[in-house]
Design a protein around this ligand. Structure first.
Ligand code: NI
Length: 166
């Protein structure tokens, strides 16, 4: 097991379209999952995409309630026209938070760590995490999804502001 180095904004790997994984059960993929899980736990995040650890492949880890799940070659599609705005952060953009409007419900599918097809529906935070992580596989960062940059700030400042309001 190893804690991997996280690519930060400015690194080209975060702006490229990642490639499909041919065999999720390959030993190097299994090792990558373990290392990504350790890296995510160490960073205290709720999702991590392979390009964020300099691996340009289509897989990510995401927290689904208490479970940490892995999805290879995912497909994410909005369910209905409803959107929801909420705060997001990114391990590749440390210290910042932005409010992003995204589809409120999504259908997701892909392959799990055994290479078996899996699918489901998500709403709320899991739906947001799935979309955020899937964007990483297409070289898209949440900042590009923001239409109002007044809704972007340093976590520290936003916390101070929230504190002064209560
Ligand atoms: Ni991110």
């Amino acid at each position: 097991m190893a804690i991997l180095k996280i690519a930060r904004m400015g690194h080209p790997v975060l702006l490229a379209r990642a490639d499909e994984v041919t065999d999720p059960t390959a030993p190097e993929m299994q090792r990558l999952i373990v290392d990504m899980a350790e890296t995510l736990a160490d960073a205290g995040g709720i999702g991590l995409a392979a390009p964020q650890v300099h691996v340009p492949l289509r897989l990510f880890l995401w927290r689904d309630g208490p479970a940490l799940r892995v999805l290879f070659n995912p497909a994410i599609a909005p369910l209905g026209p409803e959107t929801e705005a909420s705060w997001e952060g990114c391990l590749s953009i440390p210290g910042l938070r932005g409010r992003v409007d995204r589809p409120a419900r999504v259908a997701w599918s892909g392959l799990d760590e055994r290479g078996e097809p899996v699918s489901g529906e998500a709403q709320g935070l899991p739906a947001r995490v799935l979309q955020h992580e899937n964007d990483h596989l297409d070289g898209v960062l949440y900042l590009s999804r923001m239409k109002d940059l007044t809704q972007l700030g340093f976590t520290e400042e936003l916390a101070r502001l929230a504190e002064s309001r209560t």
